[in-house]
Write a protein that binds this ligand. Structure first.
Ligand SMILES: [Zn+2]
Length: 194
């Protein structure tokens, strides 16, 4: 990742040149009016879509961490929209993420969970690793009694290439601590279905 402004400008210029070449190799005319600024736009869009590399998700959680020793029930944030890029095809996968944790000594501001999701989603990803990284980040930072993450996604690399059912959803989940108990997982799954 570019460390300085100068390096960032250079990376951007190289990306523009590469995308211009890619469009030519795909058989298009880069001098055509509609495509003139496309390499610049794609370079900028891609840099935005992977900007999560430059951000620290644990720092985001710690920025709003509060001591709370009384509340020992599930904290649930559900239906969080996310958009990511699959690292195998550089095509989007997107959907909804549901997170639950059971606090031990600390809670975090509820808006911080979607921020953490954004940071991990804005990298080249696979759904399984995205699920695990969100879980690990919350576990390591808040040290709760348990955390569970469920990701439901549609993958454009499956749908646009027509190899799978058009509307198939891929679901992944990962958990720690109290969520190892079937009953606790079921309680969470029932709450997110509603
Ligand atoms: Zn893919």
């Amino acid at each position: 990742m570019p460390k300085t402004a100068e390096a960032a400008i250079q990376a951007n210029e190289e990306l523009v040149a590469c995308y211009k070449r890619i469009i030519e190799l795909l058989g298009e005319d880069t001098a055509r009016e509609g495509l003139l600024k496309t390499p610049e736009r794609v370079a900028k869009a891609m840099q935005f879509l992977v900007k999560g590399y430059d951000e620290d998700p644990e720092a985001v959680l710690r920025s709003a961490m509060f001591r709370e020793e009384g509340y020992k029930q599930m904290v649930i944030v559900k239906d969080i929209d996310f958009f990511s890029l699959c690292e195998h095809h550089l095509l989007p996968f997107f959907g909804k993420i549901h997170v639950a944790y059971i606090p031990k000594n600390y809670i975090t501001g509820l808006s911080k969970i979607p921020r953490v999701i954004d940071i991990f989603a804005r990298r080249l990803q696979i759904q399984e690793r995205l699920t695990m990284q969100i879980k690990d980040c919350i576990q390591q930072t808040l040290n709760p009694l348990g955390v569970m993450v469920v990701v439901e996604a549609q993958h454009m690399c499956m749908q646009m290439r027509g190899v799978e059912k058009q509307n198939s959803l891929t679901t992944t989940s990962d958990f720690t601590g109290f969520f190892r108990q079937t009953q606790t997982r079921e309680e969470f799954m029932n709450l997110i279905k509603g």
